[in-house]
Design a protein around this ligand. Structure first.
Ligand code: NAI
Ligand code: MG
Length: 351
């Protein structure tokens, strides 16, 4: 069979790393007896600066028929970050009901954690971030502009369906992992939204008597992620809290150049979209030195989502093999290899 994949390389290093991910995925598909048919879209901040929009008005309709989307990163000096977020990422995540942002982190061979002395096992966890509502809401506004009483309101939206489905997804994941879920809350400070989140967490937890559940204030949880990461496995969090915790989780393990993520529509009704956690890195864009590992592992998540577990595992194993050998490494890994050299080494390690 052949899967239709939409590629959106985006800006900066998004372009460099997406080419390498494609190289690796194509090789994995060839070896595992299926096809990937790629269609590329130039949607980006670069497009925005030429045309005034991140994507065409019918962008969502264009992507709907694809089996999955592989996105690089968007972001360009001079284009405000809210343009790329609200002009592309958020509309796609919402139109395709990609209500799960899944960010697995683990310490890869040949890399060192800032938490020296921790084993890979202790540092393995997955952040399940709510991706469709919560604190990232457009509701609100500025009032009494220019007057002494000027103020802004920024509303959060938590729906019963939205909170239930993300928490249930986390528990389902925990069943096949270490059987532990920790929920990020802040019900002492946020007195409407977070008590509601906690209430639904308790209801869903009751459906999973074999999964150990706990909740933790997000500030204490951040500290725990650094001091006692071994106590965490599946972490479920609202949109804002999950955004922050997942970058922290990536940073305490292998760093941003190694962290994959998926925006997932669990029923498979719409395409899911896979993207590395890192951004377009304007500081190193165009130099051919970006680390492609995060995007390659993002590609492995895409294959897993398509049900191609064998090919997905092969990609992960190939990455681990090349990193363990250490002969081909980009500058962030302490080497001198280019993005393309590391991508090719991973593709070659597939066999
Ligand atoms: P960033 O992740 O692009 O870069 C942070 C630092 O990490 C930089 O020093 C960069 O060189 C380094 N880095 C990141 N990925 C790397 C890789 N693969 N290999 C080696 N080094 C790597 O974050 P920053 O600088 O905050 O954002 C830059 C732009 O990217 C902004 O416009 C931002 O809005 C956008 N962005 C886009 C995202 C997306 O498309 N989903 C996510 C995060 C940021
Ligand atoms: Mg983020």
């Amino acid at each position: 069979s052949t899967y239709r994949i939409a590629g959106i390389p985006g800006d900066g290093i998004g372009v460099d790393v997406t080419i390498e991910a494609r190289k690796v995925l194509d090789r994995a598909a060839e070896l595992h007896g299926f096809g990937l048919e790629w269609t590329e879209f130039d949607w980006s901040c670069e497009r925005y600066s030429r045309t005034g929009t991140m994507m065409p008005a019918e962008g969502v309709e264009q992507l709907a028929p694809f089996d999955a989307i592989l996105l690089g990163a968007v972001g360009f000096p001079g284009v405000p970050d809210h343009v790329s977020l609200w002009g592309l990422l958020i509309p796609l995540r919402r139109a395709f009901a990609q209500y799960v942002n899944l960010r697995p982190v683990k310490l890869l061979p040949g890399t060192t954690s800032v938490l020296a002395g921790r084993s890979a096992e202790e540092l393995e966890m997955v952040i399940v971030r709510e991706n469709s509502e919560g604190e990232y809401s457009a509701i609100g506004g500025r009032h009494n502009t220019g007057q002494p009483g000027e103020f802004v309101l920024q509303e959060s939206v938590f729906t019963r369906v939205g909170v239930q489905r993300i928490i249930r997804y986390a528990f389902e994941l925990a069943v096949n992992r270490k059987g532990r879920v920790c929920s990020a809350t802040k019900s002492n400070g946020l007195i409407h939204s977070m008590p509601y989140w906690d209430e639904i967490f308790a209801e869903v937890a009751a459906e999973y008597p074999n999964v150990a559940s706990e909740q933790c204030h997000v500030d204490a949880l951040a500290a725990r992620m650094v001091q006692q990461p071994e106590r965490l496995d599946v972490v479920v969090a609202s949109n804002l809290f999950g955004d922050i915790l997942s970058d922290l989780a990536a940073a305490v393990t292998g760093g941003l150049g190694m962290a994959p993520s998926g925006n997932i529509n669990p029923p498979g009704e719409f395409p899911s979209m896979f993207e590395a956690v890192h951004g377009s890195a304007p500081d190193i864009a165009g130099q051919g030195i970006a680390n492609p590992v995060a995007q390659v592992l993002t590609g492995a998540m895409l294959l897993e989502h398509l049900g191609r577990t064998g090919a997905a595992n092969a990609v992960t194993t190939a990455v681990e093999k090349v990193l363990a050998e250490g002969a081909v490494a980009t500058p962030d890994l302490g080497g001198t290899a280019t993005t393309a050299q590391l991508g090719s080494a991973i593709a070659a390690a597939l066999g």
